[in-house]
Design a protein around this ligand. Structure first.
Ligand SMILES: Cc1cc2nc3c(=O)[nH]c(=O)nc-3n(C[C@H](O)[C@H](O)[C@H](O)COP(=O)(O)OP(=O)(O)OC[C@H]3O[C@@H](n4cnc5c(N)ncnc54)[C@H](O)[C@@H]3O)c2cc1C
Length: 413
């Protein structure tokens, strides 16, 4: 078995892995990235948040990504029947980025991976990590190449950025069930989207379906649009037929989707993904850390996945680099606690979305003009801004806003 020695082995080169690789390489750490698939590859998660821009800039990915000409995402429009709540990133409370991107991930991920490779990082595609063993002074991984004999990688540290592959959580039994009910998503790309013009073209639409599902509509710059539905499995039983028939019927039974997508032509048979929410026991161990979707994944409703993947890839890489330099590091404080602050902020909004408090706030007859910019900052991904009460005390602030919006009187607590 051939052996390769490196400082850090990164598993997977999605946004978490590419960001981590760029940061470690810049810090002079020798990195080997192994990626199971051949790129470009399809993955869902095409709507970014403005916070992503800071991260793209931090690891010098912004210029190559801007050069792709992806459509600028300028905000998020929530719709429920005739009711509309329009967040424009120009109207955030903080001084965050006013736009970000909607990007087909095959292209986005290929560009950032190629950017890292061009800087000298060794990326091996179609190489799958099948086993990882830890000892006091090193990590040994077994890698299955596309052909030929297995490869052994000996590293000082391993960063698991394997996304839905969740290599170390599975091998080390780190997974915990999600508190959320199982949800299922059906999605594809379409053409023929009757999208709005001007700055509104780039906004994501989140449409609440009258029977408890929600739909996303994400426009791309090449004329295609990503559409998808999220619901509990029982919802889909009301729409018999194959995936395409189901998706068409669901879109047609939601008034906003029905109108905007009246001329849609489906580009590829819809994909289905189920039970994607998962919890995690811990984010790090003596010689490993988890980043991106290999950690906890909550829910897609606020498009937080890529932002959290890049943020965690960057943070984990920074702490690992310090550890490898011989510095004393505090993974709990500098990595896990930091990441959970952001995750827990999103969690409060996701809970409020599904239990109905957030829709009451968003679609209230009179919205609080001081509060909405602060909520907008959260929706832009600035979930570590302790100056924002909708971050620092997300649960309490949301409860207060919801009770005022529904006219139930002042919040308790
Ligand atoms: C229905 C749905 C909609 C979503 N919409 C959005 C959205 O609009 N915006 C958003 O930001 N996020 C969204 N997400 C979340 C988004 O998909 C993820 O958060 C994001 O892709 C995570 O990036 P990552 O780098 O952690 O993992 P990935 O992008 O999944 O990359 C992981 C890589 O690891 C590789 N890998 C896996 N196993 C192995 C192995 N054994 N060996 C080597 N390599 C391996 C994989 O091939 C893959 O390329 C959505 C999720 C769902 C379920």
């Amino acid at each position: 078995m051939k052996t390769i020695t490196t400082d850090v082995l990164i598993i997977g080169v999605g946004p978490a892995g590419a960001t981590a690789a760029a940061s470690l390489h810049r810090d002079g750490v020798k990195v080997l990235v192994v990626e199971k698939q051949r790129f470009p590859r399809f993955v869902i998660g095409e709507s970014m948040l403005p916070r992503t821009m800071d991260l793209l800039k931090e690891v010098d990915f912004l210029a190559p990504i801007e050069a792709c000409g992806f459509i600028h995402k300028t905000g998020a429009v929530f719709r429920r029947g005739e009711q509309i709540c329009d967040f424009d990133f120009n109207n955030q409370a903080g001084d965050g980025w006013k736009y970000t991107f909607h990007a087909p991930r095959a292209e986005f991920d290929q560009v950032i991976a190629d950017t890292v490779a061009a800087r000298g990082v060794d990326i091996r595609y179609e190489h799958e990590v099948t086993q990882v063993r830890f000892s006091d002074d090193r990590v040994e991984a077994e890698i299955k190449p596309p052909d030929g004999e297995m490869l052994r990688v000996v590293a000082r540290f391993v960063l698991d950025c394997s996304g839905y592959g969740r290599v170390l959580p599975r091998l080390l039994d780190l997974e915990t069930p999600s508190p959320y009910p199982v949800r299922e998503s059906l999605f594809t790309h379409i053409t023929g989207d009757l999208r709005p013009a001007g700055r509104d073209e780039g906004k994501i639409w989140i449409c609440m379906h009258p029977e408890g599902a929600w739909l996303w509509i994400i426009p791309f710059s090449d004329g295609r649009t990503s559409i998808g539905v999220v619901a509990e499995p029982a919802f889909y039983e009301r729409y018999p037929g194959d995936a395409e028939t189901q998706l068409r019927a669901i879109v047609n039974s939601e008034p906003n989707g029905a109108k905007r997508l009246a001329n849609m032509r489906i580009v590829f048979p819809p994909h289905r993904i189920k039970g994607y929410s998962i919890g995690i026991k811990r984010l790090f161990g003596p010689r490993f850390a988890l980043a991106g979707n290999a950690t906890e994944f909550l829910d897609p409703v606020f498009s937080s996945g890529v932002t959290l993947a890049m943020e965690s890839g960057l943070r984990a890489a920074q702490v690992a680099a310090r550890q490898l330099r011989g510095e004393t590091v505090d993974w709990q404080r500098d990595y896990a606690d930091f990441m959970m602050q952001g995750v827990d902020t999103f969690r409060a909004y996701i809970d409020a979305w599904y239990d109905g408090r957030l829709p009451e706030v968003l679609f209230a007859a009179q919205r609080n003009p001081d509060m909405m910019p602060k909520v907008c900052s959260v929706l832009a991904g600035y979930v570590w801004d302790q100056a924002n009460p909708f971050v620092a005390q997300a649960e309490r602030a949301l409860r207060a806003l919801a009770s005022v919006s529904t006219g139930l009187g002042p919040a308790r607590n």
